[in-house]
Design a protein around this ligand. Structure first.
Ligand code: 8DG
Length: 135
């Protein structure tokens, strides 16, 4: 059986807001919103992949805190796993893969057009209210 490729998503939380990022590519995903992150490379832990991706994509130093329970199918052969993330240094900027960022309160969370496959993951992040108060 072939194992799925894990895509790690970061639920970056700060001051009671979640960072949403708007994809700039590929064309079928561009303009839709997601959790920043990317594919785990061979030999890499998901947490290290997340730290690497957040540095590359947003220019920040960040620390995965805990796994959000669940796993969400993306395109065939890919699954999304999500960690809550604390920002340690830097201000996120759309350096790679994204063209806009928004910090959303829980009340604003559905104001952006999340990728269909991310909706359940975002609901799972909302279902961990303690995480929103922590950083
Ligand atoms: N990062 C991220 N990718 C997602 C989410 N939802 C979703 O369907 N995807 C898809 C988009 C891509 O097909 C795949 C992740 O690839 P990516 O392009 O972000 O990852 P990467 O930086 O490792 O990719 P690459 O440019 O090295 O190929 O998962 C999400 O919430 N976050």
């Amino acid at each position: 059986m072939t194992r799925s490729i894990v895509v790690v998503g970061g639920a970056l939380l700060s001051g009671g807001r979640l960072l949403a990022t708007r994809r700039s590519a590929p064309p079928e995903l561009a303009g839709r919103w997601e959790l920043p992150g990317g594919k785990v490379e061979p030999g890499e832990t998901p947490e290290r992949a997340l730290v690497r991706e957040l540095r590359e994509e947003l220019g920040v130093t960040a620390e995965p805190v805990e796994r959000v329970p669940g796993e969400w199918p993306l395109k065939p052969g890919y699954v999304l796993r999500v960690w809550t993330v604390r920002l340690l240094a830097g201000t996120p900027e759309p350096l790679e893969d994204h063209d806009e960022l928004r910090w959303l309160t829980p009340d604003e969370i559905w104001d952006v057009d999340w990728l269909d496959q991310d909706v359940a993951a975002v609901k799972a992040v909302l279902a961990v209210p303690a995480a929103w108060r922590r950083f």
